[in-house]
Write a protein that binds this ligand. Structure first.
Ligand code: SF4
Length: 335
């Protein structure tokens, strides 16, 4: 697919043609041996003994993880940030899965060692002074903002390239200084370009002052910047949002570490620890990639009741993302 210079609606150059015969031929012999190996494995009565490792998740999570990983503890060696495949294999081959069992002289980077120490101490590491300092710079009204996007291989709307992200939904909770909260949202429900409708809704709902709190700022920043490039008449408005973005995730990267985040800082790991009463588990849509697939299904659905159900599920999902940020922020204020 030509992701360089193919733009909707001119899709004549969507595909890149390349002769790969040499690369394919060079692997043919190897493949015939592999097929023999696989056939032989299929005749065995017992499953082959294979070590688990990073290959269980890459390129995709394996369907057999429930079985092969059933005895792996939650705070396992696999949660150590950026631990190399070689080191993981070394531990796995020594039958070491629990962080508690890692030999004291096993070489780790300072960041990895910090995480291991955190798990062993089983106690959060919270720099409340820094958190207080950072939060004191935020300006009311606080906008807690999240977007959903889609990136189909074959672009559908003007000026988009293959796999280029476009926004189709957002949710925004606005927290005023007096503690009151308003919620605004937009979800595009038709098979048409959502971008201009999203911009118009943002103009109606995003106030001209106040910090815009997001989770993983680079994503929202790049989508809104590109939106401004595509619609130059709204560029300054969209850039005024980008310039006010503040990343809540930074707190959890730097100042609030908890063993039960299991080495991650995503909102799905942080929320159950800081706000156990809120959960993604009750939702029909639980992840961004599911939202993307369901949006595609919804805009192509003619059955009204099915369509309305998906619309509600999409709204519930995006709304929970921003409500979760409000609650996490309020929990941090108590810290
Ligand atoms: S989970 Fe899948 S990839 Fe991993 S060891 Fe089991 S079968 Fe192999």
């Amino acid at each position: 697919i030509n992701t360089e210079d193919c733009f909707f609606p001119h899709l004549e150059n969507l595909f890149v043609f390349e002769d790969v015969s040499d690369r394919v031929n060079s692997r043919l012999e190897d493949i015939s041996y592999k097929i023999e190996d696989i056939k032989q494995i299929l005749t065995q009565y017992l499953e082959p003994q294979v070590f688990i490792g990073k290959h269980c998740n890459h390129p995709h999570a394996c369907n057999f993880k429930k079985s092969c990983w059933k005895d792996i503890p939650k705070a396992s060696i696999f949660t150590i940030p950026r631990l190399s495949s070689n080191k993981i294999d070394e531990l796995v081959q020594s039958n070491i899965f629990d962080i508690e069992d890692i030999p004291i002289d096993f070489e780790l980077t300072p960041k990895q060692q910090n995480y291991v120490d955190l798990v062993l101490a089983n106690h959060p590491d919270i720099n409340s002074k820094e958190i207080q300092k950072v939060l004191s710079h935020l300006k009311y009204p606080l906008h807690f903002f999240d977007i959903e996007t889609h990136n189909p291989a074959i672009p559908r709307f003007n000026g988009l390239k293959p796999y280029e992200q476009f926004i189709f939904q957002y949710s925004c909770h606005i927290l005023q200084k007096d503690g009151s909260v308003q919620h605004y949202e937009y979800l595009h429900t038709e098979y048409s370009d959502p971008r201009i409708y999203v911009i118009q809704s943002l103009i109606n709902h995003i106030q001209s002052t106040g910090t815009i709190v997001v989770y993983h700022k680079s994503f929202e920043g790049s989508i809104l910047t590109k939106l401004g490039n595509a619609f130059p008449e709204y560029e300054s408005f969209l850039l005024s949002i980008v310039n006010r973005l503040w990343d809540l995730e930074e707190i959890f990267k730097k100042y609030y570490k908890h063993p039960y985040f299991y080495g991650q800082t995503s909102i799905k790991k942080v929320l159950p620890v800081l706000v156990p009463s809120l959960s993604y588990d009750i939702l029909d849509i639980k992840r961004g990639d599911e939202a993307q697939a369901m949006w595609d299904l919804m805009i192509n659905t003619v059955d009204d009741s099915k369509k309305n159900k998906i619309i509600q599920n999409l709204k519930d999902y995006c709304q929970l993302d921003t409500l979760a940020m409000v609650k996490i922020y309020q929990a941090l204020l108590k810290v």
